[in-house]
Design a protein around this ligand. Structure first.
Ligand SMILES: [Zn+2]
Ligand SMILES: [Zn+2]
Length: 220
């Protein structure tokens, strides 16, 4: 048997366009891979909350395992793609170009640096500049972060004991000028996420905040 007709789209296709299934008489699924993918996507759209809940549960139960797998994969990936000198150089140049074309990025890095440092040290002069700019104090910042540090990551519910990233709920990339950028460093726009959630969130805007950002207001 080299072809088979999909029961869903009713098209005759090569057998390798069907997933293998041991429980079927001929050893292949009744619907083709395309239809199967479409079905899974539809299921996800219809049951998003349920799927995410199941994933979260799985991640919690298999935290150690997935952590090991991820770090093993990370090492291989890093060795394969990130260690070549030309890649490092290209990244550096593209980063410099981004800063040149958008000075806000430089400002944003500087502010993030102040923010990170001010969590560790007790008020150097530069940090005072930061607090003056954003309009709150170190103790107010601590008051916001301390309970967050002791709670699970708000996205995946994993513990933040092993480390966390400071996340801007509305990403700094939606600032159009320095004033807006500083507003995005407001306490109410800062939260703690586990590193993997923060990296996967990247500069995506939370759904409910899309309006606030696209208005150009960026006010929270
Ligand atoms: Zn099909
Ligand atoms: Zn998380």
């Amino acid at each position: 048997m080299t072809t088979k007709t999909c029961t869903k789209c009713e098209v005759e296709k090569d057998i390798d366009k069907f997933c293998k299934r041991r429980d079927r008489k001929d050893g292949y699924n009744t619907i083709c891979k395309d239809c199967d993918n479409q079905k899974s996507r539809q299921y996800y759209t219809d049951n998003r909350e349920r799927v995410l809940k199941r994933c979260r549960k799985y991640n919690l139960e298999h935290a150690e395992e997935t952590k090991e797998q991820r770090s093993a994969y990370g090492k291989i990936y890093n060795k394969k793609y990130c260690q070549k000198p030309d890649i490092k150089q290209r990244r550096k140049i593209s980063h410099q170009n981004r800063i040149k074309n958008n000075p806000l990025i430089k400002d944003s890095h500087r502010l993030s640096g102040y923010l990170r440092r001010s969590l560790k040290t007790i008020g150097s002069r530069k940090d005072n500049v930061f607090f003056k700019l954003v309009g709150y104090s170190k103790s107010e910042l601590d008051n916001r972060f301390t309970p967050m540090r002791n709670s699970p990551c708000p996205m995946c519910r994993r513990s933040l004991e092993d480390g966390y990233h400071i996340d801007h709920i509305l990403p700094v990339s939606c600032a159009k000028n320095r004033e807006e950028l500083i507003k995005l460093f407001k306490l109410s726009n800062l939260q703690l996420l586990c590193p993997s959630c923060n990296l996967s969130k990247s500069n995506k805007i939370p759904k409910e905040d899309t309006v606030a950002c696209s208005n150009g207001a960026c006010l929270i």
